[in-house]
Design a protein around this ligand. Structure first.
Ligand SMILES: [Zn+2]
Length: 503
């Protein structure tokens, strides 16, 4: 008799269904796994036999063949352990009662038969649910994660023996009741609040503007000007993710092994890869087929600190994903697209030594070194930036005048972003696609001013359109539908051509 058990495996950030077929027959005792198993699955053979033995379960004494279908996809990871073990001892059992045989079984086995978590569980359950599966048995530590998927029944199990007995109708498993989705509150950390209290008003304005319009930023300033803190404030000011969005983010982070049982639903991502990051680290793929930083930052912020120190080729490779909101990953003979809708926040020092323009230390760079430092940033990346900002060093914290109450500053900033978001609702990034569309975002005097300024500053068409997008967000923050001259003047002040250390 052949047993067929449903299970699943992970391919990149996507799950797929695996059917474990077990056949037992006469012959010399043997245990064979076929169906293109990777090394990891071959190791699962040893784990399965140990787990069966240590759980006091019996298995056929003759020849056992286990096939993993579909055979043309490589199964990575031990997510199919549980299904193999249940199938192997099931071939000597009677058929299971009450449709329990239709359940999808997921879990890695430890040698003593305990169930261990599976990387990418959420992606696997999502894919199987889309294929019509409704009942899942998962490791207890991941049950909350799996229960994020709507309209499925999740049963939590602690060990192989529990699952075998349940399947034979001799026991029960805990059904997990999904927790109602909770909108994450926009709550700043104490260090963000402390930063907010000391940050110059212009930096707070920048944070609100970038948060409301989800504008891409380049922050330039000496060490200690709060570039990292400001970029964290931008992310914290943005509204929480909608349910479908957070499920998507959780699926991606789970596939990278980044979800914890304590916090199965991540907030808006904030990823800050180091400047030594490789191309595969940023874009994803490679032999491990893991999501890269640009996909892990999907729907959140990709923060590139010391952006001028990244390898130029690596930065260039980011251009297309940033432009298209998705990244192409080579997979076998084909190409897979992974989501990469990120807000880019880049930060850099104004010069090689870092102190150009600082009041605290002198810059030791020659003019040539400063020029070389600026030119490390490639044109395509600069093209992408909406807002160029020079950050000033904070005033002396002991200056004694009215140090603002940080919680009130925070609430005011959240309120401003909410007003802006309400005005911008539906117009995603407020980024016009043509000059005509850009003109439509502002009143006539503002449009005239923008064109005149564009001519005298030598702005490209692309630069003008970015400017118009920022002006539109500024209007939204003022609860107006059209940008006026003041908005355009402010938007122009964020162009690169206006920034001394970048011009
Ligand atoms: Zn310097």
């Amino acid at each position: 008799m052949i047993q067929r058990i449903r299970s699943g495996s992970l391919d990149g950030i996507d799950g797929f269904e695996v059917v474990v077929e077990v056949d037992a027959g006469r012959g010399l005792p043997s245990f064979q796994l076929v169906g293109l198993p990777s090394t990891a699955v071959r190791e699962s053979r040893e784990r399965v036999l140990s787990a069966l033995r240590n759980s006091g379960l019996s298995w056929p004494k003759g020849r056992v063949v286990v096939n993993l279908a579909p055979v043309d996809v490589e199964k990575k990871g031990p997510s199919v352990d549980l299904a193999i073990a249940v199938g192997v001892c099931g071939v000597t059992e009677r058929a299971d009662p009450g449709g329990r045989g239709e359940a999808v079984l997921l879990g890695e086995l430890s040698l003593d038969g305990a169930l261990r978590p599976v990387r990418g569980l959420l992606a696997i359950v999502t894919a199987a649910a889309a294929a019509g599966r409704r009942q899942f048995v998962v490791p207890r530590s991941q049950a909350r994660e799996a229960a994020l998927v709507p309209e499925v029944t999740i049963l939590a199990a602690g060990s192989l023996a529990e699952v075998v007995h349940w399947r034979a109708g001799r026991g029960r498993l805990d059904e997990i009741v999904p927790e109602p989705p909770v909108a994450a509150a926009r709550r700043p950390s104490p260090s963000l609040l402390a930063y907010l209290a000391l940050a110059p008003a212009r930096a707070r304005r920048l944070a609100v503007l970038a948060a409301a319009g989800r504008h891409d930023l380049l922050l330039v300033g000496p060490p200690g000007t709060g570039k990292t803190m400001l970029s964290r404030v931008v992310g914290s000011l943005q509204p929480g993710l909608a349910r479908a969005e957070s499920l998507e983010v959780a699926r991606i982070h789970g596939a990278a092994g980044l979800l914890t049982s304590a916090a199965p639903v991540p907030g808006r991502p904030f990823r800050a890869p180091h400047h030594t990051a490789t191309r595969a680290g940023l874009l994803g793929g490679g032999a491990s087929l893991r999501p890269g930083e640009v996909t892990l930052a999907h729907r959140g912020i990709l923060f590139l600190d010391e952006v001028s120190e990244f390898t130029p080729g690596v930065l260039d490779a980011l251009r297309e994903p940033l432009e298209e909101g998705r990244v192409a990953v080579a997979r076998g003979a084909g190409i897979r697209f992974w989501p990469a809708d990120v807000q880019l926040v880049a930060a850099m020092n104004p010069c090689r030594c870092g102190w150009y323009g600082s009041r605290r230390r002198p810059c030791r760079c020659t003019e040539r070194l400063r020029t070389a430092h600026r030119s490390r940033l490639s044109g395509p990346l600069l093209d992408r930036i909406d807002i160029f900002a020079e950050l000033e060093e904070p005033e002396d914290p002991l200056r004694g005048d009215d140090v603002a109450d940080p919680s009130r500053l925070w609430e005011r900033a959240v309120g401003e972003v909410e007003v802006g978001n309400a005005r911008l609702a539906g117009s995603h990034r407020a980024r016009p696609a043509s000059l005509a569309e850009a003109r439509g975002l502002m009143d006539a005097p503002a449009a005239t001013l923008l064109e005149a300024a564009g001519g005298s500053l030598g702005l490209t068409v692309r630069s003008l359109m970015r400017c118009a997008g920022v002006a539109r967000t500024l209007a939204a923050l003022g609860d107006r539908s059209l940008a006026n001259r003041d908005d355009v003047v402010e938007a122009l002040s964020y162009r690169r051509e206006q920034i001394a250390s970048l011009a």
